[in-house]
Design a protein around this ligand. Structure first.
Ligand SMILES: C[S@@+](CC[C@H](N)C(=O)[O-])C[C@H]1O[C@@H](n2cnc3c(N)ncnc32)[C@H](O)[C@@H]1O
Length: 285
C-alpha cells in the first residue's frame, strides 16, 4: 500500500512521459482536445488504478479522454466502469477543428452521440454515457478512483461537481484531474481547491493548464462548505486565488494566478468562463 509520500514521489517522476502512441492502441485514433502529454497522463492514470471503483469523465466531447482512460484500464486488465458525462452536442467550428475526417454537419448543435458511440465501441459496456447537463446529474455509482473535471466552466457548476462527486473519492487513493485549473477565465477552480486544501494534495501540473490532485481526507459537508465558490464576493475570490498561488509555489508560476486576478478585476461579478472570454474580446471604452 503506497503512502501519500510515495504517491507524491511517483507523480514527481512524471512516469506518463514513457507512454507511447502504440500503448494507446485504438484510443490513439479517437479525436481529443487533450494535449499529447495529457493523453499520456490519462492512459497512465487508467493503468495505475488499484481499486474497483468507477472512473468519471466530466466533459467528454468526442470521447477522447474516456478512450485514453479505457485504454489504460485495458492494459492493466481492469474492468472498472468509465462514466462519461456531456451534452454530446457540437458546434460546426469545433467539429471541423477536432474531427476533420468526419462529414461536417449542416447546422450547429449537432448530435455527437453516434460518433462517440462509434469511437468508444472497442470498450463495449465498460463505458456508460450520461447525456445532458451535468448540473442536472447526481452520482449514485459508489467510490470513484479517477475524477476528470473538464466541465466546471462556471462557479455554480464547480460547486455542483464538488457536492455530487467529491464525497465519493477515496482518501489516499483517488486522483482528481482539474483539466482547466490554470485557465485565467476560470479562477473559481483554484479558489475551490485551496478552500479544500486539507482534503487534496497537489501532485503535478500537466501543461497546458491541468493540475492533478490526490484526495487525502474525506470530503465531508464541512469540507464542501470550505470549498464553495459560487457565493464568494470578488474580493474573497481574489483572496483565495492569492492563497492558491502560495499553495502551488514551486509547481506553478505565479504569473498564472496574476492573470486570474486581472480577469476578476476586469469582469466584476462574472462567474462563467465564456462570459469572461467574451468580455475580454470586446473592444474597451
Ligand atoms: C474541453 S471539452 C472536453 C474535451 C474532452 N475531454 C476530450 O478529451 O476531448 C468540454 C466538454 O464539456 C462539456 N460540458 C461543459 N459544460 C457542460 C455541462 N454543464 N453539462 C454537460 N456537458 C458540459 C462540453 O459539451 C464539452 O464537450
Amino acid at each position: 500500500m503506497q503512502t501519500g509520500t510515495d504517491i507524491v514521489a511517483e507523480f514527481a517522476a512524471r512516469p506518463w512521459a514513457a507512454v507511447t502512441l502504440a500503448d494507446l492502441g485504438p484510443a490513439a485514433r479517437v479525436p481529443t482536445m487533450l494535449t499529447p502529454e495529457e493523453s499520456q497522463l490519462y492512459h497512465w492514470l487508467g493503468r495505475r488504478v488499484q481499486g474497483d471503483g468507477a472512473v468519471v469523465d466530466l466533459g467528454a466531447y468526442a470521447g477522447g479522454s474516456a478512450a485514453r482512460l479505457l485504454s489504460g484500464l485495458a492494459a492493466a486488465g481492469r474492468a472498472n466502469p468509465v462514466h462519461s458525462y456531456d451534452r454530446f452536442r457540437s458546434s460546426r467550428a469545433f467539429w471541423a477543428r477536432f474531427m476533420p475526417d468526419e462529414p461536417l454537419p449542416e447546422a450547429d448543435d449537432a448530435d455527437l452521440l453516434p460518433v462517440v458511440r462509434r469511437h468508444l465501441a472497442p470498450w463495449g459496456d465498460q463505458v456508460v454515457l450520461h447525456v445532458g447537463d451535468i448540473g442536472d446529474k447526481q452520482w449514485a455509482g459508489g467510490p470513484i478512483e479517477i475524477l476528470s473535471v473538464d466541465a466546471a466552466k462556471g462557479s455554480g457548476m464547480a460547486d455542483h461537481i464538488a457536492a455530487e462527486f467529491f464525497p465519493m473519492l477515496v482518501p489516499g487513493r483517488s486522483v482528481v484531474v482539474q483539466q482547466d485549473y490554470l485557465m485565467a477565465v476560470q479562477p473559481w477552480l483554484c479558489a475551490q481547491m485551496v478552500g479544500m486544501r486539507d482534503q487534496f494534495q497537489p501532485l503535478a501540473h500537466v501543461p497546458k493548464v491541468g493540475l492533478v490532485f490526490l484526495c487525502v481526507a474525506p470530503v465531508t459537508r464541512a469540507a464542501l462548505a470550505g470549498g464553495r465558490v459560487h457565493d464568494l464576493t470578488d474580493g474573497k475570490l481574489m483572496q483565495r486565488v492569492r492563497a492558491a498561488a502560495d499553495w502551488h509555489e514551486g509547481m506553478v508560476p505565479r504569473g498564472r494566478f496574476k492573470a486570474m486576478l486581472e480577469q476578476i478585476k476586469a469582469h466584476p461579478g462574472v462567474r462563467l468562463g465564456w462570459q469572461m472570454k467574451q468580455a475580454a474580446a470586446q473592444p474597451k471604452g
